[in-house]
Design a protein around this ligand. Sequence first.
Ligand SMILES: Cc1cc2nc3c(=O)[nH]c(=O)nc-3n(C[C@H](O)[C@H](O)[C@H](O)COP(=O)(O)O)c2cc1C
Ligand code: SF4
Length: 626
Amino acid sequence: MSCSSGTTEDNLNDKDGFVTDADVAYIRERAKGVVGGICCIQGVYMDEKRQGQGYVGQAACWDDKYIPGLKRLADAIHEEKAVASCQLMHCGRVGAVEVEYCHGPSPVPQRLRIFRPVQVMTKDDIKRCVDQHATAAERLCKAGFDIVEISGIVGYLISNFISSYTNKRTDEYGGDIRGRMRMVVELIQAVKKVIGDRPLGVRLCSDELLDDVRGNTPEESMITYQIAEEAGADYMSVTLGWQESIYPVISRDIPQGNWLFLAERAKKHIKIPVQMAYRLFNPAIPNKAIGDGKLDFWEMCRPMIADPHMPKKVLEGREDEIRPCVACNLCLARLFRDAPMTCYINPVCAHDHDPKFHITPAEMKKKIMIVGAGAAGLECAWVAAERGHEVHVYDKLTEVGGTLLEARKAPYGDEELYYQINFAKAKSDKAGVKFHLGIEVTPELIDEEMPDTVVLAVGPKYIKGTAPGFDKPNVVGVLDVLAGKAKVGENIVVWGNKKPGVGVALYLAKQKKKVTIVGRNKDFAIDINPSFRWRYNAYLRQNGVTVYNDCDIVEITNNSVTAMTYDGYQIPIKTDTVVCTERAPNQDLKNAVKDLGVEIFEIGDMVIPRNLSSAVHDGYKVGLRI
Ligand SMILES: Cc1cc2nc3c(=O)[nH]c(=O)nc-3n(C[C@H](O)[C@H](O)[C@H](O)COP(=O)(O)O)c2cc1C
Ligand code: SF4
């Protein structure tokens, strides 16, 4: 199977576009992972004025002074025996982080207000931009890159020229699809001229998903592929969607393999190799697609943010050890907010250069008792065991997974969250962790076992409110509802507007129940990052869930709930069941064992109830510290 690590902006470089140690280490790990495949670094910007720059930590390539830094990246990739690829990326109407105006073909205002106003490019600007691409490509060759790629995705400059939504020009760079492709053709030809026989790849949209603003039709997109091929592109990286599109493309609610039909369609229109990423996380899916002739190259972006060695593990038959991306889009949310990349479930991501994040042998071997086999406990277990400790994991349930055993039942892709448990369990088993399931840990048991260290990962406490009626039998807990153990009626109030509340509300709404969320936070789902939260906004509406934020329950009766807004406005809601989703720290076992004189660590939701990410990061860090 042919694979490539997809282009990934990481915001790890310095504010002037020079490559940093953090970026080199990040890329080196991904180069190790592609085992001789293609390792593509982020898209570089190419103009001194920085109109094309889309991210504060984006690498630059507008001057020879950037060559030594870029060479470090190409060298690192070659040292790991992979093929080095670099992208030229002018961010167009979503660029210009440091400049007041961005550049584009026409002054069409952006739908997302976070971007700078568009200044129309003159023909001289276009010519300059083409030259900048060519000279930057020359520099990349000097730096040692084997492949050059041109990025024309999600609303960046090239896509702005191609799309009927943003290109309203009446000169030769506008008009029909050939006119709108003219600049791309000039770019391809100019870059080809300077890179010799190195391959030139192009990333273009196969479907812009911009019908509501009169973007290109899929037929026009296929014509762009043919024109790029005629102009000299050596491979096509199939992409889809725009940042300004209202359709989801890569979040967890999109099933894996959903977009393969677009690669298949591209293959019918062009002869050059076709590669594609976009929710191809499970290797069996691209493997089959390649076998069936629907795809030539498996490209991966987020799967290799989450696990830099993913393809290597596939080749070595260690698929169970792949740390699976959960498609939460936190990585993207961070980039869009000028923060360096991190990953929700990979604590080492973007810290690859920092020895403090690496697993090294423990100085003193200890016997460790971990209480709780949820995400936090399991993560801590395998890390500590790999360091040489004797690790015992206890759980009162007979199955590992903790909260996720039930939380995975929420709709729109949450079952993928549980893959993190499978990963940590497989790592634990291989590292020799001993499991004691179906056993409730008591102070007496700890005393008997005499561990050197106890790690408490017991999860949160699920709480009820203090208003009259919370003690009624029609008030039930979120986990019992998801487990199917609690009896629920037809009109339900969910108490709590964070992710557990939203998840169970959608779970019940999908069963055609009438659901209302009453939550104390000012906004719903504040614990979900904005790059995924907008999906929940849509799903709550689509499923007819009413949401009252900044509000609390002040009374529950057998058939109603009274909610009250922060300013005293009372809302009566017809209800037969109240589902409690609020959580609190859980200190019970800690208080019971703290006098035993044993070293204690606390991790995950028992400290402060948060999310899967915090559980994994806590577990990993404490696993390193013991
Ligand atoms: C954090 C992040 C950074 C990205 N940076 C780039 C980039 O610099 N250039 C580019 O063409 N695409 C970029 N992309 C898009 C990816 O290359 C890829 O097409 C997309 O994430 C879908 O693939 P996946 O499902 O394997 O993540 C980025 C995506 C993410 C999540
Ligand atoms: S932050 Fe989320 S989407 Fe991004 S790589 Fe990590 S798990 Fe995947």
